[in-house]
Design a protein. Structure first.
Length: 337
């Protein structure tokens, strides 16, 4: 066999392998675009953030609307989902203001964006993200927006990770780009450390007070912050991803119950007494829970047997009852209206 023949055979083999690889990729894409048999029913339609009696969230079911902001009737979460054209990795909304954190897999950080939308899901402003989307919240009035990204690392259970948390005032589009620039008060003294990280902001009704997680020295703390004073004050240790109740009296949060491991249990803290109680959900919840009302919390848990998918669950906030599946293939819940 001549050298030319060997080269022709080698070229043919390479082309065959490339063709097979391309076919496999196209087949996988086609499968991902097809609705999952037995999955939630979806229909394209108009989603607005002012729809009373509806729940918004991100659709996690396989198909062309994967990642879309959808809504369902709050009293019928398994009913047909109305799917918008807005796709996000993290989402939250309140009082007609929405925040959509977008991330392109494998893209540079400057391609990750925080999109602020109005009640009709129309874009108002867009801001670059310093890393991978993690948490998002909107104040009860719709005026303040917060988001957290991973600058390094991929989860709060990682040995090494760094976050950046931003708060935006939409009234004048003033951006507090990094909460680490705020003054930290710990035990009534100013605290400085190189390892300070913040995440999981939740807002009070006054559009000044907020709560968040502060991590430093291997410990996490619940902090109460003031935008006007640009300060945060530590309140209680071992509190992560706080979520303020509608009446402003309680904080739902995840508490690490197995040191050195990614095992958390959801708790509720009374802000007046600083007494806490565990919730009936005993599985490890790595999420910032959402208050559906004054009595019920919603959160995401990984879908059994499906990598990269989550389902929404609910549990009573008083510590009683039992966890209940709210809707499958979903994340980032937000009561609308």
């Amino acid at each position: 066999m001549t050298r030319s023949h060997r080269l022709l055979i080698l070229l043919a083999a390479v082309l065959l392998l490339v063709g097979c690889g391309t076919a496999l990729v196209l087949h996988a894409v086609a499968r991902a675009d097809r609705p999952q048999p037995g999955g939630p029913s979806l229909a394209k339609g108009k989603v607005t953030l002012s729809q009373e009696g509806r729940l918004g969230f991100l659709n996690g079911a396989r198909g062309p609307q994967h990642g879309a902001v959808v809504s369902v009737r709050s009293d019928a979460p398994d009913a047909q989902r109305t799917a918008s054209d807005l796709n996000c990795q993290r989402f939250y909304a309140a009082a007609g203001t929405g925040v959509c954190l977008r991330s392109r897999p494998g893209a540079l950080a400057q391609d990750n964006r925080a999109l602020i939308v109005d009640a009709e899901l129309g874009a108002r402003r867009s801001f670059p993200l310093a890393g991978t989307p993690s948490r998002a919240r909107v104040s009860p009035s719709g005026r303040l927006v917060a988001w957290t990204v991973f600058v390094s690392g991929e989860s709060y259970g990682s040995a090494f990770f760094s976050t950046r948390t931003t708060i935006l005032d939409t009234a004048g589009w003033r951006l507090e780009s990094d909460l680490e620039k705020f003054t930290v008060l710990m035990d009534d003294k100013k605290y400085h450390a190189a390892d300070v990280n913040f995440w999981g902001v939740t807002f009070a009704q006054d559009d000044d007070t907020f709560y968040a997680t502060l991590s430093t020295g291997g410990q996490t703390h619940l902090v109460r912050g003031s935008l006007a004073r640009r300060t945060v004050t530590t309140m209680k240790q071992n509190v992560e991803c706080p979520s303020l109740s509608p009446d402003g009296t309680r904080i739902a949060y995840k508490k690490r119950v197995l040191p050195g491991a990614s095992l958390w249990r959801e708790h509720v803290l009374d802000l007046r007494t600083l007494r806490e109680h565990p919730l009936a959900e005993k599985r490890s919840v790595d999420d910032q829970a959402t208050w559906l009302d004054g009595d019920t919390l919603a959160y995401a848990l990984p879908t059994q047997g499906t990598v990269g998918s989550t389902d929404l669950w609910t549990v009573p906030a008083d510590g009683g009852g039992a966890p209940r599946l709210l809707t499958p293939g979903a994340s980032s819940p937000a009561p609308l209206g």
